[in-house]
Design a protein around this ligand. Structure first.
Ligand code: TXA
Ligand code: MG
Length: 339
């Protein structure tokens, strides 16, 4: 079933929110929009329901899911404690794109946490997600609603491309806003550690709780990463993507050389760089004045690459500041080369 949200007022009164919530409570899998990406939700207390999420996505069983809640009281019975810093982060950023890792007490199905002693929780900042979670009143385990190995979905069309026939329903709430997944921060340690950069930046966090650490990029042989998701290969289009650092001249040089060698080259670049190069491109990301916009276009643009027929795609490199950290983290994971 695909329910389409027509107006975002009074969502609680809409029958599809009631239907979708009832189905979640019955152990079905429902995809829904959040402000970051679409999630595939299931009752976090039911191992049968959660199993369906892993199966639909083809997700490795040792990669834990984030639990979503519509109000903070929902988590209190499942965690051992919420540290002062975690509390400050909740106050400052929920609802929002920050997943907080807390010490687990119990009550969630084991497959949600993949046997860890901690659990990641977040309250999404999206009216549809909030209405659904509040209506259901249960904690909802929800990874991104893509097939494992594909870019996370930023529209319900992406969800259906990957999961049609494998899930019980999807609520179509239009395009998501942030466009990359939430920031994940481990708050079980004295100095919290950012495990995944996302919509809430390191600077945003440090302004609230002071200095935090950032998990080092995962090395291939590291067999016990803090965040299990870090060890899996991320999405890379079939067509090689090279991130080109430097100015317009560097991009121009690489482009010319590849074309001279007979390659058909796609350009995944900002409006500004496209016009400086005097090139048209189907993979334009928007104005580089607005990195939020570029970030929100990244995953749909990566999906587009596979539909086009390039030998190689050259991607612009953006400044790793603010949301640029999350943007470049995902772009570099999709790239086969950084030059
Ligand atoms: O924005 C988001 O976070 C989206 C939307 C749907 O909320 N969800 C999402 O979920 O990105 P997923 O499953 O694709 O990514 C969850 C990440 C994984 O890298 C996982 O390893 C990590 O969070 N994670 C979950 N529980 C953890 C835990 N207890 N300790 C460390 N990392 C954890
Ligand atoms: Mg994911």
């Amino acid at each position: 079933i695909c329910w389409t949200v027509e107006d975002k007022e009074q969502l609680h009164d809409h029958s599809y929110i009631k239907q979708a919530a009832a189905r979640l409570k019955q152990g079905e899998t429902i995809a829904f929009p959040t402000e970051t990406v679409y999630g595939l939700g299931a009752d976090a207390t039911s191992s049968e329901a959660v199993k369906k999420v892993f199966e639909a996505k083809g997700r490795p069983a040792d990669n834990p899911l984030i639990v979503h809640v519509g109000s903070r009281d929902v988590i209190e019975q499942y965690v051992r404690y919420i540290s002062d810093k975690a509390n400050q982060l909740i106050e400052a950023f929920w609802p929002g794109s920050l997943t907080i890792i807390l010490p687990l007490k119990g009550g969630f199905s084991d497959n949600v946490t993949a046997g860890l002693t901690t659990v990641g929780v977040r309250m999404p900042d999206h009216p549809v997600a909030i209405a659904l979670l509040q209506e259901a009143g249960i904690p909802v385990a929800a990874p991104s609603a893509n097939s494992s190995g594909k870019p996370s979905p930023t529209s319900h069309t992406h969800v259906l491309q990957d999961l049609n026939g494998k899930i019980n329903g999807v609520v179509n709430g239009g395009q998501t806003g942030v466009g990359v997944e939430s920031t994940v921060i481990d708050c079980t340690l004295e100095t919290p550690v950012i495990l995944r950069p996302g919509g809430v930046t390191k600077a945003d966090i440090e302004a609230v709780i002071g200095p935090v650490d950032v998990a080092p990029a995962l090395v291939e042989t590291f067999d016990s990463p803090r965040s299990p998701g870090m060890k899996y290969k991320h999405y890379a289009p079939d067509c090689p993507v090279w991130v080109v650092q430097g100015d317009t001249k560097s991009m121009c040089k690489v482009l010319t050389e590849l074309r001279d060698d007979g390659y058909s080259v796609g350009l995944m670049v900002s409006d500004e760089l496209a016009s400086e190069l005097g090139e048209q491109t189907e993979l334009k990301l928007g104005s580089c004045e607005d990195l939020n916009q570029i970030t929100s276009e990244l995953y749909s643009t990566l999906r587009k690459i596979d539909e086009l027929d390039y030998d190689i795609v050259l991607a612009e490199s953006f400044i790793k500041e603010g949301i640029g950290e999350a943007l470049m983290n995902r772009l570099e994971k999709a790239a086969s080369k950084i030059i």
